[in-house]
Design a protein around this ligand. Structure first.
Ligand SMILES: Nc1ncnc2c1ncn2[C@@H]1O[C@H](COP(=O)(O)OP(=O)(O)O)[C@@H](O)[C@H]1O
Ligand SMILES: [Mg+2]
Length: 333
């Protein structure tokens, strides 16, 4: 039963009635059992769980609060809308344990989107069940095998390692502040086909420096070129490169410069099918990024008397275009 004033005005198409075999897996969306759900029923299931959540009086703030309602209606997929709703509920329930991230280098960036469920989690626990999903020069990215859920958002954890080559890397807290800034800027252009993983929180415990974020169903261009992923059938190299260009224009207009654009930091969705609102790729890793509204020398950084110079964000695009076209010819012909 829907609560009063809970008129569903969302853009999402109404799903067909759930068939017997696709019956709900659980009544409590916080308690999702470990079980693979066929892709096609995910949307139906998410829509149903979302309706349950929204009809609960305790969650009225989700539809009464203008901003939340607007966001919920804007999602083209019920899975994304559900993920957003769950995140908001978690935040509300445990506001007291919310992390406030100080960010001296990124003044004015508001840090609010943390995941309290994650904060409660002991870093050692994560490490005990860690399975590596990626590695760069500055970090190892893992998922916690004990928390694999059937419904998104899945979380991954980026653990900083000692910088191999000093490049003026951002602190963990600055990095997540910048990821937040890029993520918010990206949300202003929902038509963009390139996304940014949702930042959840950053935590420093003893020697561990960790950023928790949305785990993408995507592979880096670098991984794909080394056959650790593939180009999905719907993928178009030129569209992808145009989209990269456009989203970088938008970030730059906001004073946001990535400064570490290379094959390991550009990811391509591995979804077998792609919907209208879905992202075809992502920009990740804000370890060298900056928010510089002056735009005077955005590719330079001074750290204790040393000047670091970074490559232009657009430089990578041509290289990726050529490499992916060669890959298509040799691997997918
Ligand atoms: N949100 C994510 N979802 C899935 N894989 C990721 C995610 N973030 C990073 N990875 C994987 O981990 C690798 C290293 O992450 P990255 O943030 O680039 O670390 P570094 O700062 O060390 O370069 C990436 O190239 C990618 O393969
Ligand atoms: Mg990287």
């Amino acid at each position: 039963m829907k609560g009063e004033g809970m008129k569903d005005t969302s853009n999402r198409k109404k799903q067909e009635t759930v068939k017997e075999k696709d019956k709900p897996l659980t009544e409590n969306p916080h308690d999702i059992p470990e079980r693979q759900i066929p892709q096609e029923t995910l949307e139906q299931e998410a829509e149903r769980l979302l309706e349950n959540l929204l009809s609960d009086k305790d969650n009225a703030f989700l539809t009464e609060h203008e901003e939340n309602k607007k966001r919920l209606d804007e999602f083209s997929s019920a899975v994304q809308a559900l993920a957003f709703a769950l995140k908001k509920i978690d935040e509300r329930h445990e506001r007291t344990s919310r992390l406030t991230l100080a960010s001296p280098e990124v003044l004015g960036v508001e840090i609010v989107n943390v995941n309290p469920v994650g904060i409660r989690k002991n870093v050692e626990e994560i490490l005990k069940h860690a399975m590596e999903i990626g590695r760069g020069g500055d970090a190892i990215v893992v998922v916690d095998k004990s928390e694999v859920r059937s419904l998104p958002p899945e979380i991954c954890y980026k653990f900083a390692i000692t910088e191999t080559t000093p490049r003026g890397r951002n602190s963990t807290f600055s990095e997540i502040a910048l990821q937040e800034a890029f993520y918010k800027a990206n949300m202003e252009v929902p038509e963009s086909k390139i996304g940014v993983p949702i930042p959840f929180y950053a935590h420093e415990v003893g020697i561990h420096k960790v950023i928790a974020m949305e785990k993408l169903n995507a592979k880096s261009v670098d991984d794909i070129l080394h056959s650790k992923g593939t180009l999905p059938p719907w993928f178009d190299v030129d569209t992808f490169c145009d989209e990269l260009h456009t989203v970088l224009d938008h970030f730059h207009a906001k004073g946001l410069y990535h400064r570490d654009m290379h094959e390991g930091n550009i990811m391509i969705s591995q979804q077998k099918e792609i919907g209208d609102g879905d992202k075809i790729g992502f920009i990740i890793d804000f370890g060298l990024s900056v928010q510089d509204d002056t735009g005077i020398e955005p590719y330079k950084k001074q750290v204790a008397g040393t000047t670091f110079t970074y490559s232009d964000d657009y430089g990578i695009i041509k290289r990726v275009q050529t490499a992916l076209k060669t890959y298509q010819k040799t691997h997918l012909a």
